[in-house]
Design a protein around this ligand. Sequence first.
Ligand SMILES: C[S@@+](CC[C@H](N)C(=O)[O-])C[C@H]1O[C@@H](n2cnc3c(N)ncnc32)[C@H](O)[C@@H]1O
Length: 291
Amino acid sequence: MRMLSVRSSLLAELEQDCLLDEPDRLLQRIEAQDRLDVHFPQDSDAGSGTEAALECRARAIQARLDAVNRELYEGIRSGIQQGAGQDRVLAWSRASGHEEGVAGRDGSDRYDYLDELVSGILQLDQPDDEAIEVAPEMVFYQPTPARVIFDLIERLELTGQDVLIDLGSGLGHLPLLAAICTSASCIGIELEAVYVDCAQSSAHALNLTRVTFIQQDARAADLSSGTVFYLYTPFTGTILRAVLDSLRHEASSRAIRVCAFGPCVQAVATEPWLQAIEPQEAHRAAIFRSV
Ligand SMILES: C[S@@+](CC[C@H](N)C(=O)[O-])C[C@H]1O[C@@H](n2cnc3c(N)ncnc32)[C@H](O)[C@@H]1O
């Protein structure tokens, strides 16, 4: 009986909360949707009578909140398609940074509502990657959290002369967002063709012309145009060694920056030809410059 009244009051509260209909209240909407998911799990059996009526109201609220989210995402996508999305996307990341700090609400590098926003903006197809077998020393796909990406983009201060190369780019979150938010050219090198296709489709749908995705082993990639390189622990051992040697070769003829996130930071930090530009923090990407 008490459970029924908790669920009923949650529905009444959300039905009356008009602020949730304001497109910019994304965080509040996602929190409301999380609460609905807890009390009205998607796969629950609605039953009949009072229970079914509550379920029906919950689904109606979900649909209403989804519609406002779609409106927000479409507005931002349309700005990007017209070449004017930079300010709006960066404004979101800055506002969320002020709310929560770069580490997110609990001080970790976890995914949060900025990732929901990025997912709504990029609208990457769900790749059919079940058949992918990860070879020894290669790391399975996992995206860098959006909060970490925006923080990195801000700190890099990329210009139109920069070429950012993500080595093992997966679905391309960093090259896509950097192409949206900066004037740099961006390249994603990724071994798995299904990820490359998804990333390229997203770039195409958003009219992004300064980002390219290449299906290739990072060891064979042409790194000669890059000024900034990114590694979210895409590989380990001898593969990482070979790619770091290629980067060192590039650095022998020009200054480059190498950014790293995740466990590979420790290996990158021991390269004698690289120097960290700041003390390392676990929840931020580390930036090194060649010396
Ligand atoms: C941890 S994910 C990082 C994805 C992306 N950089 C990001 O931060 O969102 C590592 C990616 O590296 C790719 N990868 C692994 N070995 C590779 C190699 N030898 N050459 C190119 N890509 C590789 C994997 O397929 C995977 O998509």
